[in-house]
Design a protein around this ligand. Structure first.
Ligand SMILES: Cc1cc2nc3c(=O)[nH]c(=O)nc-3n(C[C@H](O)[C@H](O)[C@H](O)COP(=O)(O)OP(=O)(O)OC[C@H]3O[C@@H](n4cnc5c(N)ncnc54)[C@H](O)[C@@H]3O)c2cc1C
Length: 400
């Protein structure tokens, strides 16, 4: 088949790679002249690692990233609020923290050998004839017609509403600022750690292994949550005052990693959207990844879900010989048994960690924390963390 993929992000690259290796002719269209990842770190779960195994990239990613065995959350008084352990799902299980740039490089470097044609500077603005799609970009070029078009243009997808006019994707009220720091002594390894002050402050440190330039082998993604309405003011504020008066009292060891800095350079801001689209496809066009099911990253699943989407779509097309629109619909119905659970869980749990007022942190500390320590709930919480909560089984190709 001739397949067009929009968006050179995690989902688009994984889909392009899996489909090209399955023998399809794939054109990958990216808006930016030089595609590059934004932000700092990502937590790859056993699900995302299984999808990378299917793409034969898991070893490379494991070698570059950092093993993560648990997610620990403490409040500003040092009390443990959350302790999710991968071992509680399966002994020996773990996630891999990775610099976004490294994951990007790994996927990107595999594209030429697979025969993917990458066209940069192609901002797709129109989809003509979804039954046999032609993709038009902002400079007046037309690509296609394709037998299948995959729209993986991210949570802020400008194309989503062309395919699914009733789709909604409101910006989540809380965003975050992120930066990458070298953790020279590797003091923050093995866990994603978070500290909360009520639910109004959440600061986290995710070990991510090496950075894309190979300058530091043990890096850390540091994030601090901020209400979206105040993000610009936050980054226009006094850096040293934030570090010394807000971060240091909460987490002195983490603040110490920023002692050499005197401004916000190296920080980037992140917004999240709650995407709801109903059906993902229209004829021979489908959404994939965040464009279809973006959520807040509190559960650290978005990139993992996008990787699984991509690998399972290629597998479905390999085995299902019905018309492409029918196979894509069947793939989507099956994927929603996984993505849907994470959309609901993210929506329900995010306010426990990002909200104003005392209600949500009281719910977290009085109910969620004691509940998650019970044996049955502990296993469930570990499944939630590992990305393995799904109605029905994983197909063999992505089985974690
Ligand atoms: C702060 C933060 C932390 C996160 N942490 C985690 C985590 O720990 N674990 C995890 O699994 N996920 C995490 N996520 C989510 C994860 O980043 C996303 O789920 C993932 O990047 C989605 O991949 P995607 O390919 O669907 O979209 P994207 O990665 O957003 O890629 C979209 C691509 O499409 C291109 N594009 C957009 N419009 C057009 C157009 N019109 N024409 C052509 N190209 C276009 C863009 O330039 C971009 O390259 C986090 C997200 C944020 C913001």
């Amino acid at each position: 088949m001739k397949i067009g993929v929009v968006g050179c992000g995690v989902g688009g690259m994984a889909a392009a790679l899996a489909l090209a290796r399955a023998g399809h002719r794939v054109t990958l269209l990216e808006a930016f002249e030089t595609p590059r990842p934004l932000g700092s770190g990502l937590l790859l779960q056993p699900t995302g690692l299984a999808a990378l195994r299917a793409l034969r990239l898991d070893e490379e990613v494991r070698a570059a990233g950092a093993v993560v065995r648990r997610l620990e959350g403490k409040d500003s008084r040092g009390r443990r609020v959350m302790d999710l352990v991968y071992d509680h799902w399966k002994p020996g299980a773990h996630g891999v923290g990775i610099h976004r740039g490294v994951l990007f490089q790994t996927l990107h470097a595999a594209l030429p050998d697979a025969g993917v044609e990458l066209v940069t500077g192609a901002r797709v603005i129109r989809i003509e004839n979804p039954a046999r799609p032609i993709l038009h970009d902002a400079s007046g070029r037309a690509f296609g017609p394709f037998d299948l078009a995959i729209v993986a243009d991210g949570s802020a997808s400008p194309l989503r509403s062309l395919l699914r006019p009733r789709a909604r994707a409101p910006v989540y009220p809380w965003g975050a600022v992120w930066t990458h720091v070298a953790d020279v002594d590797d003091r923050f390894g093995l866990a994603l750690r978070q500290v909360y002050h009520r639910a109004e402050v959440m600061v986290g440190a995710l070990p991510v292994g090496r950075d894309p330039d190979g300058l530091s082998p043990t890096g850390l993604a540091l994030f601090w949550s901020v209400p979206v309405a105040g993000l610009d003011d936050f980054l226009a504020g006094d850096f040293a005052a934030w570090r010394d008066r807000r971060l240091r009292p909460l987490w002195p060891e983490l603040a110490a990693l920023l002692d050499e800095r005197d401004d916000w350079s190296g920080f980037s801001k992140a917004l999240y959207r709650d995407v709801s689209v109903g059906r993902w496809s229209d004829g021979a066009c489908t959404l994939l990844g965040d464009a279809a099911h973006g959520t807040s990253p509190q559960l650290g699943q978005g990139a993992n879900l996008a990787l699984v989407d991509a690998v399972e779509l290629a597998e479905r097309l390999k085995r299902d010989h019905r018309p492409v629109a029918v196979s894509v619909k069947a793939w989507q119905a099956n994927r929603r048994r996984h993505t849907g659970l994470y959309q609901v869980a993210s929506k329900a749990l995010t306010p426990l960690f990002q909200a104003h007022g005392g209600f949500w942190p009281a719910m977290r500390d009085g109910f969620f924390t004691p509940m998650s320590g019970l044996p049955g709930a502990r296993h469930m919480a570990a499944r939630l963390l590992t990305g393995t909560l799904r109605l029905g089984r994983f197909p063999r190709v992505t089985r974690p």
